[in-house]
Design a protein around this ligand. Structure first.
Ligand SMILES: Nc1ncnc2c1ncn2[C@@H]1O[C@H](COP(=O)(O)OP(=O)(O)OP(=O)(O)O)[C@@H](O)[C@H]1O
Ligand SMILES: [Mg+2]
Length: 511
């Protein structure tokens, strides 16, 4: 098959001196689904931003459709039929979906946007590509799965033949991922070409024809997907065997330390999102929360971490009531929170790594002494955590905005793990982090539990829950419909029945 894109000897040095791509050769054939994988910071997004004209290579050339091209802006890339959906979405939240899709190429009536035409265009595109969206809904009020479909439709509206999807499934539920894969297969059947970045090797196996592996800015492998196993790909990525197993010693759980009673939360628009949720977590226990996304998990984490006041109900940590007095109070009571949406809720992009690692503790010893902040301590703290959590960046003073997506996540994870909490709330903690780092994060969660912490683990990854949690509660429509003690015969399928609302336990069946 003819090459659609052929990148030759690409070198990219960012202005701060970071070499993100070192002499990369990368090519994609027309009509294929090509997976691009590699550890956090390996240079995947950079390479794709170069094809999309968003970054300029320091040297090297790009052949597109047989002709050498210079892509100096996304505008030019779009003219060649190259579209990209970014790791962090770039839609305008206050606009409707239809407005976002036509943005930049609006149908007009006189000098105004022709809203009806925009809606019609959106509906036609949605139908043509089988990507269901609600044209009149505001983006800020739509779930991530739909936002992603909007991003894809937007690139298709602009005539993309090559679609670059940068970690599209990181924010999706398993069901949404299946839908996305169906859509991707349809796109390819219609003659499009897709480059797909992911950290989930099972997805690489499922969807791609070929895979290119990057490591430390270089290409370390290029294979036909059918000829390799997940383990092979993992080894190419990490340079060693990756253990998919986690050692978890028998639980020595202590007294109840977290008591949640009758928690309810009604959204500002009047939707009940949590209904009478009650549970306990013991010291030295991981309580897992399973559920199809959108069944109250996000609200549970937000209420317990003080970001939202509950409508009714109570939560105590070590006997102390924590709710309704704001996040700082909750934090001081011993709650750490790895938020699900780390890139909007967790980080200050214009601040450096060191500052992001102390935002919750700069006013305490050893960082503050007699009212002044010790920059040396802040820096030391950052360097230690960067080493422990393998945060790859130019240094502690690198701006968060210059980090790769996964490394930003690791900064937040490092901060929360090191807060020495009584209760650690971890929402989708391994999302967007590479396989080596996921393994590390999972081990840390078990270690916290072994040290006697209470952990609330919210995860869409059932295998992760079944491996890590001591008990698993299932949330369905904001309600706990089942509570299991983790045991070898508890299966993903069994949990699935409760997650879909097909089964529910009687109160006395809860374990
Ligand atoms: N705008 C920037 N300025 C300076 N350095 C940057 C910038 N963007 C990325 N980098 C650096 O370039 C390297 C590669 O980053 P890139 O975002 O391409 O990684 P990635 O493979 O996409 O990783 P992830 O899986 O974490 O998304 C990293 O060391 C990162 O810190
Ligand atoms: Mg990236």
């Amino acid at each position: 098959m003819p090459q659609l894109v052929d990148m030759r000897n690409i070198i990219k040095v960012y202005p701060n001196g970071v070499v993100a791509n070192r002499d990369v050769n990368f090519s994609v054939e027309r009509g294929e689904i090509h997976a691009l994988v590699g550890e956090n910071g390996a240079g995947k997004s950079t390479l794709m931003k170069i094809v999309y004209g968003l970054e300029q290579p320091t040297s090297g050339s790009i052949i597109f459709n047989g002709r050498p091209v210079k892509l100096q802006s996304p505008h030019q890339a779009i003219d060649f039929g190259i579209g990209m959906v970014h790791q962090n979405f770039m839609l305008i939240p206050s606009f409707t979906i239809a407005q976002n899709i036509v943005l930049g190429h609006e149908p007009v009536k006189g000098r105004l946007l022709d809203t009806k035409a925009a809606i019609r265009i959106t509906e036609q595109l949605a139908q043509e590509y089988g990507l269901d969206v609600d044209p009149t809904a505001k983006v800020e009020a739509t779930p991530v799965g739909m936002r992603q479909r909007v991003e894809i439709l937007k690139t298709l509206y602009r005539g993309a033949d090559l679609l670059i999807l940068d970690e599209p499934t990181a924010v999706l539920t398993p069901q949404e991922t299946d839908d996305l894969f169906d859509a991707v297969r349809r796109l390819v059947a219609q003659g499009k070409t897709v480059i797909f970045i992911t950290h989930k090797l099972i997805e690489v196996k499922e969807i791609s024809d070929r895979v290119t592996v990057m490591r430390h800015g270089e290409v370390t492998g290029r294979v036909q997907t059918a000829e390799v196993s997940e383990e092979d790909i993992a080894r190419m990525m990490v340079g060693r065997d990756v253990l998919f197993r986690i050692e978890k010693p028998r639980q020595q759980r202590g007294e109840v330390v977290v008591q949640v009673k009758g928690l309810s939360y009604v959204s500002p628009t009047g939707r009940p999102l949590l209904r009478d949720v009650s549970f306990q977590i013991h010291r030295g226990e991981i309580l897992g929360i399973a559920g199809v996304e959108g069944n109250g998990q996000t609200q549970l984490a937000e209420v317990l971490s003080g970001l939202q006041p509950p409508t009714t109900g109570e939560a105590t940590i070590g006997g102390q009531s924590v709710l309704g007095r704001g996040p700082r109070h909750v934090r001081q009571a011993g709650v750490a929170h790895i938020p699900e949406d780390r890139l909007t809720n967790g980080v200050a992009l214009e601040a450096d790594i060191a500052d992001n690692l102390v935002v919750d503790r700069y006013y305490r010893s050893p960082f503050a002494r007699r009212g002044a902040m010790s920059l040396r301590q802040v820096r030391r703290h950052a360097e230690q955590l960067m080493q422990k959590f393998d945060i790859r960046a130019a240094g502690a003073e690198a701006l968060m905005g210059s980090l790769s997506g996964g490394n930003m996540q690791k900064v937040i994870i490092a901060r929360e793990f090191s807060a020495d909490p009584v209760l650690l709330i971890a929402a989708q903690p391994t999302r967007g982090v590479d396989i080596g780092a996921s393994e590390f994060v999972r081990r840390q969660l078990v270690e916290e539990r072994n040290k006697g912490k209470a952990v609330l683990l919210i995860s869409a990854d059932l295998a992760e829950l079944l491996t890590l949690a001591d008990r698993i509660a299932v949330l369905y429509k904001g309600e706990i419909v089942a509570l299991f003690r983790s045991r070898p015969d508890l299966s993903e399928e069994e949990l699935g029945l409760y997650m879909l609302g097909l089964k529910r336990q009687l109160p006395e069946q809860r374990e």
